[in-house]
Design a protein around this ligand. Structure first.
Ligand SMILES: Cc1cc2nc3c(=O)[nH]c(=O)nc-3n(C[C@H](O)[C@H](O)[C@H](O)COP(=O)(O)OP(=O)(O)OC[C@H]3O[C@@H](n4cnc5c(N)ncnc54)[C@H](O)[C@@H]3O)c2cc1C
Ligand code: FES
Length: 522
């Protein structure tokens, strides 16, 4: 902790939105007023859906892109936007699960995704602050150098450029030996997304906001039914809603929702070398810089400043309620490792879908018609996975071969991943015990304004939110996907399901699948 640590302890002025949403608010899009027809309907306007829609529109397909809110306000607005082909489950594990050939293909696909983002920025003149930077993987205290040596060997086998260094270029703390990966990258995800949406509409694409897709029926002519009662008919449908709402079991038993936290602190411009930094802790810490200005953060001058963005403290969604401790631990870690960090400016959090074998599920929806596609399982590398989804699904829709098709096939089961599959599904099964446990509170008085809690009422449980004015809002606490009991998420002020990651706002309205309907009446 630096000598001035206590001076930075106050969190009263800290913004709880992300840096990206603060500095590049996405535009609201018009509602869908009537039934529509297109070659392709893409559902979900995060990086996966927007990239897919854009690439298909460039191929002269007529495309309708819909989102139930404002584009970019899902997990794409909450990311830290490292662009990397250093797979975060590690190449040693990639080779164990997918073989050397599979690991090489994975490495190649993420490399190609970074290059595609770079070329889209150039081609469409998008100033998304794309920057090539180095990546550094350094040891956390519980690991010794052999960890790096093994990963070095595996990474080389997978075909990634890597070297071992005695020290990462982090001013102020001794990182010890590390692996250096050149030609990684970073960008401003929402400046990018807004730019790609602009390019998509210039290419003839149609985009609508506030349109919730409720049902998808594949077949010769696929159909999307919206909550507003409209129908979109299309030759193909792409469900890019981060967690697909059209799937009950096939995918959701192979991926698990994890919640992750971010803090952002000012550092004097130039005090820290711009790069991506990761440690080997489990869950790992992830670090980058973002150049911004005082004015962008609401100040009265355009003085440049750097924001140090540190993420980590992941846990299974809705299975930890100590939000303050998580943010506190992250901030302490940041100040120990980056003593140049000054006052805290941001705290935010979000969800990632971790697949059992470390790679996304991208392609034809299992057990569905051939013209229904999904993109999910971002595994904390959703910027590149979302871009891979765009490239891969664009080929599949057009009937073109793609060398990544098998690797990302949503129907796949890797023998080596069975242990993880069992562990995660036993964890899900254990969540059903919440049906018989007491509630989080036993009296309404324990629920303070702007918070929620689950209370037992006879044989069932009720999710109760008290708004700022003190009024109570009651919904059933039973998740509408497969019946687990939701829990209150303090960081996001909403209800999360611990089983497969469905999320609901404070009033019980569904905001993230696999659930496709709101929490029921209490
Ligand atoms: C804190 C944090 C840090 C991260 N850091 C990184 C990183 O450094 N690098 C990296 O590569 N990845 C990172 N990720 C992961 C990455 O941000 C996500 O994987 C990625 O943004 C997911 O994009 P998406 O398009 O799949 O989903 P989203 O961005 O969530 O988009 C899905 C969209 O679908 C909409 N939607 C949902 N249901 C419906 C429906 N029924 N009808 C219509 N619309 C619907 C939602 O409103 C949303 O806009 C991070 C994630 C978090 C939370
Ligand atoms: S998300 Fe599956 S039961 Fe809630």
């Amino acid at each position: 902790m630096p000598s001035g640590g206590a001076a930075f302890a106050c969190v009263c002025a800290v913004k709880t939105t992300s840096l990206w949403l603060e500095t590049a608010q996405p535009d609201r899009q018009p509602a869908l007023g009537e039934n529509a027809t297109a070659d392709v309907c893409v559902i979900g306007a995060g990086i996966a859906g927007v990239t897919t829609a854009y690439l298909l529109a460039r191929e002269k397909k007529s495309v309708i892109l819909i989102d139930d809110g404002t584009p970019g306000c899902g997990q794409t607005g909450m990311t830290t936007a490292h662009l990397s082909n250093v797979i975060d489950d590690r190449y040693k594990e990639m080779i164990r699960l997918h073989g050397v050939e599979g690991a090489r293909l994975a490495c190649d696909s993420h490399r190609a995704a970074i290059a595609r983002i770079e070329s889209i920025c150039t081609q469409e003149r998008i100033d998304a602050e794309f920057q090539r930077v180095s990546g550094y993987l350094f040891l956390s205290p519980e690991h010794d150098e052999s960890y790096l040596d093994e990963e070095f060997e595996a990474a080389r086998q997978a075909g990634i450029e890597v070297e071992k260094l005695l020290q990462a270029p982090v001013q102020g703390f001794q990182s010890g030996p590390c692996l250096h990966f050149p030609r990684q990258a970073q960008f401003h995800p929402l400046k990018y997304l807004n730019g790609v949406i602009g390019a998509f509409t210039r290419a003839g694409g149609r985009i609508h906001g506030g349109v919730r897709a409720q049902k998808v029926t594949g077949g010769a002519v696929a159909e999307v039914e919206t909550a507003g009662g409209h129908r979109i008919s299309a030759k193909s449908v792409v469900v890019a809603t981060n967690s697909p709402f059209i799937d009950m079991f096939a995918i959701h038993t192979k991926q698990a929702p994890y919640y992750t936290y971010v803090v952002g602190a000012r550092v004097p411009a130039g005090a820290i070398t711009p790069a991506l930094y990761w440690d080997t802790h489990d869950p790992y810490h992830y670090v980058r810089l973002q150049r911004t200005t005082n004015a962008e953060l609401g100040g009265d001058n355009a003085e440049p400043l750097d924001l140090l963005i540190v993420g980590g403290e992941d846990h299974k969604t809705a299975q930890a309620s100590n939000t303050e401790e998580r943010f506190g631990a992250l901030e302490r870690w940041m100040r120990q490792h980056y003593p140049a960090a000054r006052e805290l400016e941001f705290r935010w959090s979000g969800q990632v879908m971790e697949t059992q074998d470390g790679l996304g599920f991208i392609g034809r929806n299992p057990m569905d018609a051939d013209n229904v596609y999904v993109a999910t399982g971002d595994s904390g590398m959703g910027m590149t996975h979302g871009t891979i989804a765009g490239m891969l699904i664009c080929d599949l829709v057009q009937g073109h071969p793609n060398r990544w098709e098998k690797l990302y096939d949503p129907s796949r089961v890797r023998v080596g991943a069975v242990g993880d599959f069992l562990k995660e599904n036993l964890n899900v099964a254990a969540q059903y015990a919440s049906w018989v446990t007491p509630g989080e509170v036993s009296s309404l008085d324990e629920i303070t304004p702007n918070t929620g809690a689950v209370m037992r009422e006879g044989l069932t449980k009720v999710a109760i939110f008290r708004d700022e004015a003190g009024q109570l809002h009651r919904r059933s606490a039973v998740c509408t996907h497969l019946g687990c009991i939701v829990g209150w998420n303090k960081a996001a002020s909403g209800w999360d399901c611990p089983c497969h990651g469905s999320r609901f706002d404070a009033y019980g309205r569904v905001i993230n699948g696999p659930a496709s309907s709101d929490l029921g009446p209490a």
